[in-house]
Design a protein around this ligand. Structure first.
Ligand SMILES: [Fe+2]
Length: 387
């Protein structure tokens, strides 16, 4: 990310910054990798350490199914009955030591506040509009937004009234960034990147709550949720600056890279974390070699698992999947277009598909509770006669 500033900050860091009554604002340096990574400096009305009560709330790490035979999997996430606020509604589906992946139908605003102390979060908004309120300020969201929330950011999700927000979420145990190969040595996105800084939205307004009282912040850390009751409003920041803050990128701003023949999946890459990448398959013109086959070739993910979340349109190489479906094509066995899809793609000029792909470099495990959403026939859907 790059430098941003909001609200009031003193001219020089680590110097006196006084309120009108002469008392000091409280400075907080919030950074990654032990003062060597990206960081921001925030100025609070109250000490961010002012906690009146700390309790272990519950354990949250999902339970995984026992080892099964190696299969392609299909989860119909619209079958999930979980509802609630942006934390309760999370339905974990897959995970490993690097990240947890799931979906959530958010029907209520969060009353408490929340932060992930284990890593960054990425929320992809499929349906719905609302506000992502954070200690750095508020971002309004809409369908197609990727919301990137750095580790330790206190936030809550406020869907607009009567407007369910459906998200695909990633809880990473590392930092999620733009792909390194698209950045120059100064950190700026290069000309061949499918998006640039202009497409990235930071917080739009910084509302400051100078308010004493008891406010609950739920912190996710070490496999558990912890309840911390602060003695002041958690959004008491008057100003901040730096490189670490929540931001949004709408998938409509992803400029597809196309070619004369089939372009490999890395052209769709949007973000990366430790041992995983996130890609966006967006509406685009197809390959223009006169004999090109736009559908992908069969391929083996030799050492990565591939997850696809289907957002809009008909995915050109698949049949039998629905919007909000998740498919998992594990490493070790090949996958590719469904019967008839290769031929059907020939001569097509464009695709209107929209899907999010997550490739992980360690195998993903299936969460036990997710098995009720599973379409068990998917593994054999390449052998059926399909129109
Ligand atoms: Fe693939």
């Amino acid at each position: 990310m790059y430098y941003r500033q909001m609200g009031k900050i003193p001219h020089k860091r680590h110097t006196m910054f006084k309120k009108e009554d002469g008392s000091l604002f409280r400075e907080q340096v919030m950074g990654t990798r032990g003062f060597s990574g990206t960081q921001s400096i925030l100025y609070h009305h109250y000490m961010p350490t002012e906690v009146v009560k700390s309790e272990l709330a519950c354990h949250y790490l999902p339970q995984y199914e026992d080892q099964q035979s190696l299969k392609h999997r299909h989860f119909i996430t619209s079958k999930s009955v979980k509802k609630g606020n942006g934390l309760q509604a999370r339905e974990y589906i897959l995970g490993n030591q690097d990240l947890l992946i799931g979906t959530a139908s958010i029907t209520e605003p969060m009353k408490s506040y929340y932060r992930n102390g284990d890593g960054d979060e990425m929320l992809f908004v499929h349906y719905g509009t609302g506000r992502l309120e954070t200690m750095f300020g508020t971002i309004t969201y809409r369908p197609g937004d990727y919301l990137l929330i750095p580790i330790g950011t206190i936030y809550r999700i406020i869907p607009n009234e009567k407007d369910t927000t459906k998200i695909l979420f990633v809880e990473s145990f590392s930092q999620i960034t733009t792909p390194r190969r698209y950045r120059n040595e100064y950190g700026q996105l290069l000309e061949h990147s499918p998006f640039c800084e202009r497409d990235l939205r930071g917080p739009e307004i910084l509302e400051t709550f100078d308010e004493k009282g008891e406010f609950e912040v739920i912190t996710k850390s070490r496999g558990a949720l912890h309840s911390h009751i602060l003695g002041h409003h958690p959004f008491d920041v008057v100003g901040w600056d730096g490189y670490l803050y929540p931001w949004a990128f709408n998938v409509e701003d992803f400029e597809p890279i196309t070619g004369r023949i089939h372009q490999p999946p890395p052209v769709h890459q949007t973000f990366e974390g430790n041992n995983f990448v996130v890609c966006s398959f967006v509406p685009r013109l197809f390959d223009y070699h006169p004999e090109a086959i736009p559908a992908p070739y069969y391929h083996s993910n030799v050492n990565s698992d591939e997850l696809l979340y289907y957002v809009k349109g008909n995915f050109m190489s698949r049949k039998g999947v629905q919007l909000e479906s998740i498919t998992l094509h594990p490493s070790g066995i090949p996958h590719g277009p469904h019967p008839g899809k290769t031929e059907a793609s020939i001569g097509k000029k464009e695709t209107l598909e929209l899907a999010v792909m997550i490739d992980t470099f360690h195998p993903l495990k299936v969460v036990k509770n997710a098995m009720v959403m599973e379409d068990p026939a998917y593994m054999y859907s390449w052998t059926e006669k399909m129109e």
